[in-house]
Design a protein around this ligand. Sequence first.
Ligand code: NAI
Ligand code: MG
Length: 394
Amino acid sequence: MSKRKIVSMPGDGIGQTVLPEAIRVLDAAGFDAEYIHADIGWEFWCTQGNPLPQRTLDLLAEHKLGLFGAITSKPRTEAAAELDPALRDKGYVYYSPIVAMRQHFNLDVSIRPCQTFAGNPLNFVRRGADGGMDEPAVDAVIFRQNTEGLYGGVEWTNPPQQVYDALMTHPKMKNFADVPKEDLAISTRIFTRPATERIVRQAFEYAKKFGYKSVTVCEKPNVLRETSGMMLALAKDVQREYPDIDLWNTNIDAQMMWLTKNPENYGVIVAGNMFGDIISDGFAGLVGGLGFACSANIGADVAVFEPTHGSAPKYADYPTPIVNPIAMVLSACMMLDHIGETAIAERIRAAVAAVVAEGKVRTYDMMKMRGAPDVVEKGAASTMQMTDAIIAKL
Ligand code: NAI
Ligand code: MG
């Protein structure tokens, strides 16, 4: 059989640091693949007017699997100022290449596991009734709808007359009738039945496959009756096919409060785009934050795996890289799970767990240091030392 080919998109800043480290771990674990480099990010915006070149889309369409590091994004005016002068005033407009990639391939299912590694100094601790501290083991997996809802991009300031007139047919719009049209900013929240059903079904399938006892719909159906209401109603229908899995229903605001009360009670959580974004960061904060937060973007055809963190430009040029590669390594494990290489994924996760539990090798974030070039002198592990420690445990 020919070697599996994986599109490697390091992107910008620390994406270029952590992605090669993840590949080093994959190689050491015996995963046999060929990595095909693909361009993405700021440099290609500045020099070519496109942060997500067609050749990268073509490679992903061909090979179906991508590992992505991170990109640098800047507001449109700043982006325009950094464009190659030869390309200016030619109609190039900056957009986020990762959002564009999710939309281009309809990577509509985002999976963000938030699992405690024992011994991580960044783990959430809570005071018990007796005044003592306990450290609940969190194992929550967030399923976030990745393409619609409040991030669908259908929005206006000073909406066109047709849109305004259509909105005015809604009885509740009367509350805004006195506001001039130019003073209205409107962002829509569109849920479609197929995409909502797909994310809900994927959540239940995952719960069944990995033995979680509940799926929680984390939305706000009492207020957002149409959109959250649709997700909850679909979840009730789908749940009938999974009699062994309980369906829970929480509101996003209350869930953020309960997060630090009983996070260990939650299993699989499913939410729309924005609430999924919020709740996944909330849970990630309980298990180590950005240095540990991994994710998958899965479509019907293509899947891309990435750490949740960005390009952290202020750390990108350190002579000795200091950032934690674990989020990227765990994202690579999600890729292995996706293609059925679960044994290798489990070995890598066990190696990460062993390094964290042992506590001898810790990057600066795990030592609660401020990121600076001298953290390694002060006892923090460098990025490469952390990778080496994981590989040694393999
Ligand atoms: P960021 O995630 O890049 O960094 C925030 C802070 O988190 C860093 O300064 C650092 O203290 C810490 N951090 C991040 N990754 C870490 C790691 N692996 N180990 C240890 N500490 C880590 O977010 P920020 O500063 O808001 O954005 C920087 C750039 O990244 C921006 O241009 C932003 O648009 C972009 N971005 C890209 C994302 C992506 O590619 N998916 C996601 C988020 C931001
Ligand atoms: Mg986010």
